[in-house]
Design a protein around this ligand. Sequence first.
Ligand code: ADP
Ligand code: MG
Length: 372
Amino acid sequence: MKIEIREVTKKYEEKKAIDGIKMVIPEGSFTVILGPSGSGKTTLLRIIAGLLYPTSGKVFFGQNDMTDLPANKRNIAMVFQKYTLFPHMTVEENIRFPLESIKEGKLFKSRTYTDEEISKKIEEILKLLHLEEHRNKYPSQLSGGEQQRVAIGREIIREPVIFLFDEPLSNIDARLRYEMRTWIRRLHKLLKKTTVYVTHDQSEAMALGNLIALLNEGKIEQFGTPDDLYYNPINKFTAQFIGNYPMNFIPFKFKDGDLYYNNEEKIEVPKNILDIISTRKVTKGDIGFRAEYIREYDPKKPVDKEMILIDCKIEDTEKVLDQHIITLKHLNHQLFFVTKTKKEFKKKEALSIVIHSDHIYVFDNRGKRIQI
Ligand code: ADP
Ligand code: MG
């Protein structure tokens, strides 16, 4: 089911938790809502779920306006970090339970099932979630991962058209987190249902989503594929938020056809970059580049015209096996450089770096990316 959010705003007193969001979540997609704490992710998800009513705007599922329908009439599944299984019911009984609520008219009913169909569906779900051998166990006899799978099974049985997840994997240990990520991904592959997944963790978003909406202060900064957000950030916010290391920025001024760091030292930049800054009449802004795309300057090789060369000093180094994370200082800017090498780096030593123009981003003084 396609989800369409039309100009949705949610105000708490005068504060806008969601500020005029417009977006289309395609049918069958795995869309992640990513953003820092307090950016409005939960609010947006709860509006999609029907647990919160927007101050203005509308929510459509397919062609249907859902804005006035309560959550239990929307045929959606919701998985949160905290889930409650019934302790006195077995795995099988827990999974069957929602169908009993449907019979009693408490939950959305897409159709009624015969007893035979119900048994078949439960078998399918137990198999899908690898819970067959645990069917007669009680929740207390299961591991955390198994319990979470039962909780998911209980959602699937209703055949919801949309799956909503709100940070289901935060605060659980790394091993289980990876295991559950795999389950969630597998589930989406098999069921092909539109999934909206909220997280503040960019690496989780990059690993799970085929689309990511990056939220900040109730607005969407960028909505695109993980590749789009990483390789083509449209602003500094996205460039800083996405990636294992925030993008490096160097502020510049453009004056009389040349580029300067802080008005002092001239920056020799590839001609295509200088041209675009000049034609767009950008007088101030930032040059950005990622820690992963920096190379150490080799004095034996001439500097390519396509490269920027920056002389720095090593401020700090961190080493994990053969990976070095080096903090550099150039004038008063701190830069991060990541490299894999057997070589050692020492604090206070000079180090010159080069970045190819293909990996250089230019932002204007409002933080908007200037496409080269
Ligand atoms: P996130 O899930 O991204 O951390 P939320 O959607 O929970 O963010 O919250 C967005 C903003 O709305 C925050 O500033 C939060 O303090 C505010 N907010 C959320 N719920 C309420 C509420 N019930 N009353 C007042 N303010 C709220
Ligand atoms: Mg939240």
